[in-house]
Design a protein around this ligand. Structure first.
Ligand code: ZN
Ligand code: ZN
Length: 313
């Protein structure tokens, strides 16, 4: 009986260990928000969750990032830090919510690491000032952990910015002028790789850093959406000049040859599949997915894409 118990325990351990081991070599990417400044319900603000080797990291914190994490049941306390691509408000406006609400409930007890371009320290210290009233009152009234509200901010330059437990994150400059610097990020883990474009027009530096990557997640702007929204031709031209059109993105994908190309940060978020995919196909014929909020991309021996279940109508 004792022996049988031992065998059973051993068998259970093996069964439990097999998926964990396979999973441990993966990079899991979840698109929390795939939108841009317009406040629509279908695409929240830009934010991407990356999980690899037990590290949980967030790239940008647009509108609704905390709600999306909560929806996924990702413990906010487990998020080790936030990497900003640049400081345009649509990429950072969800941050105070993550920082303050995530401190109060569910109760963050460790300092929060923040990496970002020049100007990030300035922004973080001003956020601390802006919310000084709340922080002071909470500390003696609600009594959350004093460490949980601390921000450890690092301003980064191009190069390796994080290298722990086999998870390597490299920042590289992209071209979002006049917003300088603006970064894209490359995540490498266990031979898998993911590149996030951040906001950029066609960037030769991105093309260099994304050569042969497993997954390239790129922003895109569809001129038709501006026309439909009633923007003047001048305004349309000026916004598009900060981003890539689907045809240009297709050229970037053709030159980098990712195993999978994904669109996220859809400018404007009202863009349809028709606005984005056929024009991309003029210049790129490889694997391509149009990102949506809560889409999961599992980068392992193969690349699996899971879309969120839609409520049945
Ligand atoms: Zn931007
Ligand atoms: Zn943006």
């Amino acid at each position: 009986m004792k022996m049988l118990g031992g065998i059973l325990t051993f068998a259970l351990l093996i069964t439990a260990a097999i998926p964990a081991v396979a999973h441990a070599q993966d990079i899991k990417v979840t698109l929390l928000g795939t939108g841009s400044p317009p406040a629509v319900m279908t695409r929240f603000g830009p934010s991407i969750l990356v999980e690899a080797g037990g590290h949980t990291l967030l790239f940008d914190a647009g509108r609704g990032a905390l709600q999306r994490l909560n929806q996924l049941k990702v413990k906010w306390q487990d998020v080790r830090g936030v990497f900003f691509t640049h400081l345009h408000s649509d990429h950072v406006v969800g941050f105070p919510d993550l920082w303050l609400t995530g401190w109060l409930t569910p109760g963050r007890t460790d300092p929060l690491n923040v990496w970002g371009p020049r100007g990030t320290k300035h922004m973080m210290s001003h956020l601390e000032q802006a919310y000084e009233f709340d922080i002071r009152i909470r500390l003696y009234d609600d009594r959350p952990s004093p460490e949980g509200i601390v921000l450890l901010t690092e301003e980064i330059a191009e190069g390796v910015v994080y290298d722990k437990g086999g998870v390597k994150i490299t920042a590289f400059e992209v071209d979002h002028a006049p917003i300088k610097p603006a970064f894209g990020y490359r995540i490498d883990y266990a031979g898998r790789s993911v590149v996030l474009s951040g906001d950029t027009r066609v960037s030769e530096n991105l093309i260099r850093h994304a050569q042969g990557v497993d997954v390239l997640i790129h922003e895109v702007a569809a001129p038709e959406t501006f026309q439909r929204a009633g923007a003047t031709p001048e305004r349309t031209k000026s916004v598009i000049a900060h981003h890539v059109t689907p045809e240009q993105a297709g050229e970037v994908f053709s030159r980098t040859k990712p195993k999978l190309a994904v669109y996220s940060h859809i400018v404007l978020p009202s863009a349809t599949e028709q606005d984005l995919i056929p024009p991309t196909r003029k210049t790129y014929s490889g694997p391509l997915e149009l990102g949506e909020d809560l889409m999961v991309i599992e980068v392992g021996q193969s690349i699996q894409v899971r879309r969120p279940a839609r409520p049945s109508s």
